[in-house]
Design a protein around this ligand. Structure first.
Ligand code: FAD
Length: 404
């Protein structure tokens, strides 16, 4: 057999390879990734790595894992074209790899901002460890940093670089932080604490252009004309899925590669998982493309099961975390249909949770420094258990009693 070829050695690709072996798959497994690195955890990059010159990448699996599990890991190799008829993958620089099944785990990349000056040196975004090394290197000479985008990554970087002694300004186009992702109360709490740390936050405005000197950025000019001195500008305005391989092969794509409940694309021998995959979510009935470690690893596990012929339907509970300064944010569920929220805990002590209801159904819990609430939320949503609002207000003890 030609086995399984996995494109992309990030969180999803590595888990897919590991899960194939755990599921007893005994054909060849080839994992290729275009980065020249042992696959690593991405979340620490924005939280610790960029401020700590001593920090090392944290490998997803040890060096001996791949060989030890007969996973043919090929770093530094880029897939260029899928030959669906011939069932083979063509590689950049020549060479082809035949496959029985192909798993696309190509992830996403930072969205570019077509801004005058965005090609200046010192204008960066953060996705890979290569990006993180560059930020770490350049931030030595960058006392002032401007971050475009008040989403999770932008705010994590803002907190991390502030703790690392930089003067940071965040510029966010809409009028609140973490706009699409969380309840307004979380966004304003995060803002207040970041400002107390010394981060300057401008909302409801954009950067109109970047100013350079000798090819290097020296300032960002806002739409209202304010000049923000900056030796480094980081663009964190979201990501776009790496769909090009699939699209060129005629595989269905719509804000990501379309997959079914078993992770199959419109071509059944080709599966897709992780940031690149768009699917109808069992929890909401809506089409989503989620960007989280949980989504990447749970989808990869299911893809492996599909390949070995034990196709379940995807039913994992979505969850996510982010560390912003002294705030551990944890989210479970999907809250786009939220029409009522209740706050439980002590925002003044930087410890609280927000329970989201859609009608009378609990659809999500967002917590700050309340890991027990988060774990309980995962348990409740996983069990399809929806406590009444009155019980939720009673806090963890009332919830545990109701769940028992
Ligand atoms: P990726 O991890 O991006 O891996 C895709 C890989 O495929 C990449 O190595 C890419 O180079 C490679 N590739 C692409 N095209 C090709 C090709 N043609 N040929 C070969 N290789 C290719 N999530 C959380 O849940 N919590 C967090 O706290 C959190 N923090 C984050 C912090 C940062 C700085 C970043 C960047 C992300 C963070 N995320 C977090 C999101 C999480 O890392 C992603 O959701 C996850 O990495 C998705 O995994 P993936 O395998 O789909 O994609």
């Amino acid at each position: 057999s030609n086995g399984v070829v996995i494109v992309g050695a990030g969180h999803a690709g590595v888990q897919a390879a590991a899960s194939l072996r755990e599921e007893g798959y005994d054909g060849p497994v080839l994992l290729l990734g275009d980065e020249n690195e042992l696959p690593y955890h991405k979340p620490p990059l924005s939280k610790t790595f960029i401020k700590d010159v001593e920090a090392k990448p944290q490998p997803l699996r040890g060096e001996t894992f791949y060989g030890g599990n007969a996973i043919d890991f090929r770093p530094g190799l880029r897939a260029e074209r899928i030959d669906l008829g011939g069932r083979r993958l063509e590689l950049a620089g020549g060479g082809t790899l035949p496959f029985d099944h192909l798993v696309l785990a190509t992830g996403s990349r930072p969205r570019l901002l077509p801004l005058p000056g965005s090609d200046l040196a010192g204008v960066l975004s953060l996705r890979s460890i290569g990006d993180a090394r560059l930020i770490r290197e350049l931030s030595g000479a960058a006392g002032e940093v401007v971050i475009l985008g008040g989403g999770f990554i932008g705010l994590e970087i803002a907190a991390t670089l502030t703790l690392g002694g930089r003067k940071v300004t965040v510029v966010e186009a809409v009028d609140r932080l973490l706009g699409r992702a969380v309840a307004p109360a979380i966004g304003s709490h995060v803002r207040q604490r970041l400002e107390a740390m010394g981060v300057r936050i401008l909302t409801g405005t954009t950067v109109a252009r970047l100013e350079g000197e000798n090819g290097h950025v020296i300032a960002a000019i806002t739409a209202s004309g304010e000049r923000l001195a900056a030796q480094m500008v980081i663009i964190g305005i979201g990501v776009v899925p790496n769909v090009e391989l699939a699209e060129a092969a005629g595989i269905a794509v719509a804000n990501g590669i379309k997959i079914d409940g078993q992770m199959r694309t419109s071509v059944p021998q080709v599966l897709a998982v992780g940031d690149v995959a768009n699917y109808r979510h069992w929890f909401t009935g809506g089409d989503v493309r989620l960007e989280s470690v949980q989504n990447a690893t749970d989808q990869a596990r299911l893809a492996a099961r599909t390949i070995v012929g034990r196709a379940d339907s995807y039913a994992a509970v979505p969850w996510f975390w982010s560390d912003i300064g002294d705030m551990k944010l944890q989210m479970v569920g999907l809250t786009s249909g939220s029409d009522q929220t209740v706050v439980v805990g002590e925002p003044d002590e930087n410890k609280f949770s927000i329970y989201h209801y859609g009608g009378d159904r609990l659809i999500g819990v967002e917590s700050i420094n309340k890991p027990a609430d988060h774990m309980l939320g995962r348990k409740m949503l996983g069990a399809g258990f929806s406590p009444s609002l009155e019980v939720a207000v009673g806090g963890p003890d009332a919830l545990k009693a109701a769940l028992a």
